[in-house]
Design a protein around this ligand. Structure first.
Ligand code: NI
Length: 186
């Protein structure tokens, strides 16, 4: 089922999300619906507040064609084993713990909840993440690249942050009119 995606200005995007206490059929169905909603919107990640639920649930699917053609396939260390990130997709997790590290770099981000705005955001290059799965297993991931970027963006959502909060103050000035308009029309 395709769910409506909450838009900038909606207070549900600004709440710190509660941990998921119990994985039941309702939660599994919600995760499946979030994936469907994300694919339909051509997104690569979606966090529960974006469909109006303030719980720590995230779905990510980084498609192969997002990678640069001549580049090596992106890899991550997953529970001690190096593998292509494609093997992880779609990635669904609850109650994540993230430890970003490394040098900050700028990368252009967008968000399904912030229409028609893309902006450069500085974030650390790498992430160590503990990602509990719906089946009770836990993925320990160490990664860089688009997956590290995406994990930081999505986990920000769980704390009520949006990428536009993290742009430079000059960029904030440039964006402020557009954001005001979005907030009025949500
Ligand atoms: Ni987003």
């Amino acid at each position: 089922m395709i769910l409506p995606i909450t838009q900038y200005g909606n207070p549900v995007l600004r709440v710190k999300c509660a941990p998921v206490e119990q994985v039941d059929d309702t939660l599994k169905e919600l995760a499946a619906n979030m994936l469907e909603t994300m694919y339909e919107a051509n997104g690569i990640g979606l966090a529960a507040p974006q469909i109006g639920q303030n719980i720590q649930l995230v779905v990510i699917d980084i498609p192969k064609d997002e990678e640069e053609e001549d580049a090596e396939p992106e890899t991550a260390t997953v529970n001690g084993v190096v593998k292509p990130i494609q093997d992880l997709m779609p990635l669904v997790f609850i109650n994540p713990t993230l430890e970003p590290y490394g040098k900050q770099y700028l990368f252009t981000e967008g968000c399904l909840s912030v229409h028609n705005i893309r902006a450069n955001v500085a974030r650390p290059e790498f992430v160590k993440a503990t990602l509990p799965q719906l089946d009770g297993s836990v993925l320990e991931i160490d990664c860089g690249g688009l997956l590290a970027r995406c994990l930081q963006h999505e986990c920000d959502h769980l704390n009520g942050f949006l990428f536009v909060d993290r742009v430079s103050s000059a960029a904030k000035l440039t964006l402020s009119k557009k954001l005001k308009r979005l907030a009025q029309g949500y």
